[in-house]
Design a protein around this ligand. Structure first.
Ligand code: HEM
Length: 394
């Protein structure tokens, strides 16, 4: 009750000021042509307010006091200094970051994010899907050449499969929420609604920032579990020379992982690792800036500039650190998403029997002989698979 009375009294006190402002609506003589309180209120109500320009001299003449010593006059030198980071600013808290009032590089970053990043990133994903569709139409599913034996060998234990699915599940969630964050304003807000897009973005950000940790944990697990099997060796040369048997009908010998799978593995580890690092840097930009250190390191080994980009920047403000981290994070993520789309294709519709390896963990010996003959021979030698000419299981 007391609070209501207080609000009422306050409103009464402010009434003359509000009434004055409303009287002046449409007449800007009092502000020398600058916007009035009524303009501000109208804009807040979502109404269209025409820009009030054209009487800078009037603004400077009539406004004094409330805008400081220069009144309504502009101070281009000061604004230029603020824009390019050369103004002499002292802050009492917030450190160096708080001295950046205008960050000019932000515009270039924004244009890059809305322009080439979204455009070429989108083309890359759609192009990859289109290529796979064409490939599927021309080549069809990679079929089993041998008769199924009915005997299976264990390809991946449950911990390996759980780690793979944690990696896959988290990556897919991160990919979808990342794409919504980049493309929502372009494709969802104008066609569905801004409110729906805003809700989707809030959810996306929440999911993206938290699921990232699951991806990092799974990445470490997959690295530890499979690195040994992914060290390149001579069999990979034969495998690549025969294009993995996907073109033609021969199936080159391979150990547990063939050359193509090793490419997938190292792409996931290196690109996934780099996406993780730049992501953590984006979450903690002031504690974990990455790019200045990277550029310094590059300069220390004699790399002063990059093709297309030009000279490496020096002395980055935290805001610029975040812009570089975002750009890198997104570019590398697009490349890895394209690679993973191809991986999902070959692990599901593209190859008969492949999914079983990650589904149940067991593959038919016929599949193992066709795609990983050297691995099956190792299992036979260890007594973990029946010899080649054993009779089919009942
Ligand atoms: C629905 C999505 C996915 C399916 C159906 C799938 C399927 C498979 C299958 C069947 C294998 C075993 C291949 C074999 O036995 O030789 C495999 C392996 C693997 N997967 Fe996935 N996967 C999916 C998503 C992912 C994602 C998102 C990642 C990483 C971000 C990933 C990373 C790997 C890696 C590193 C391997 C080992 C190398 C290879 O076989 O290519 N997978 N996956």
């Amino acid at each position: 009750m007391l609070r209501a009375i207080l609000v009422f009294v306050l409103c009464l006190g402010m009434w003359p000021a509000l009434a004055d402002a409303q009287d002046a609506a449409g007449d800007r003589a009092a502000t020398g042509g600058a916007q009035t309180l009524e303009d501000i209120m109208a804009r807040q109500r979502g109404e269209e307010v025409a820009p009030k320009t054209g009487d800078a001299a009037g603004a400077a003449r009539d406004l004094s006091g409330q805008l400081g010593t220069l009144g309504g006059a502009s101070d281009p030198d000061l604004w230029r200094a603020l824009r390019y980071g050369s103004a002499d600013i002292t802050v009492s808290s917030g450190g160096e970051v708080a001295t950046v009032l205008v960050q000019d590089g932000g515009m270039a970053w924004l244009q890059f994010r809305q322009g080439p990043l979204a455009k070429y990133g989108g083309y890359l994903l759609l192009g990859t899907i289109a290529l796979l569709v064409v490939f599927f139409v021309l080549r069809g599913r990679v079929k089993l050449d041998y008769e199924k034996t009915g005997r299976t060998v264990t390809r991946f234990k449950s911990f390996e499969r759980a780690s793979h699915w944690l990696l896959a599940g988290s990556f897919i969630l991160l990919g979808i929420t990342g794409l919504l964050t980049l493309f929502g304003r372009m494709f969802i807000a104008p066609y569905i609604s801004k409110e729906f897009n805003a809700t989707l973005l809030m959810a996306s950000k929440y999911i993206h920032n938290n699921v990232a940790w699951a991806f990092i944990v799974a990445l470490v697990a997959i690295f530890v579990l499979w690195v040994w099997h992914n060290i390149p060796n001579r069999t990979d040369i034969t495998w690549f020379a025969q294009a993995g048997g996907i073109i033609g009908s021969k199936h080159p010998p391979a150990k547990k992982f063939n050359g193509g799978q090793k490419i997938i593995f190292w792409s996931v580890i290196l690109l996934g690792g780099s996406i993780s690092l730049s992501g953590v840097s984006l979450l903690f930009p002031f504690e974990f800036p990455m790019f200045m250190k990277t550029f310094d390191l590059m300069r220390s080994v004699g790399i002063e500039s990059l093709p297309i980009y030009g000279p490496l920047p020096e002395g980055l403000a935290p805001h610029e650190e975040m812009q570089y981290a975002q750009a890198w994070h997104a570019i590398v993520a697009f490349v890895l998403m394209a690679i993973i789309i191809a991986h999902i294709y070959i692990g599901s519709v593209g190859m008969e029997g492949a999914y079983d390896a990650m589904g149940t963990g067991e593959v038919d010996e016929a599949w193992a002989r066709q795609h990983h003959s050297l691995w099956l021979e190792e299992l036979e030698a260890k007594g973990k698979a029946a010899p080649k000419d054993a009779t089919p299981a009942e």
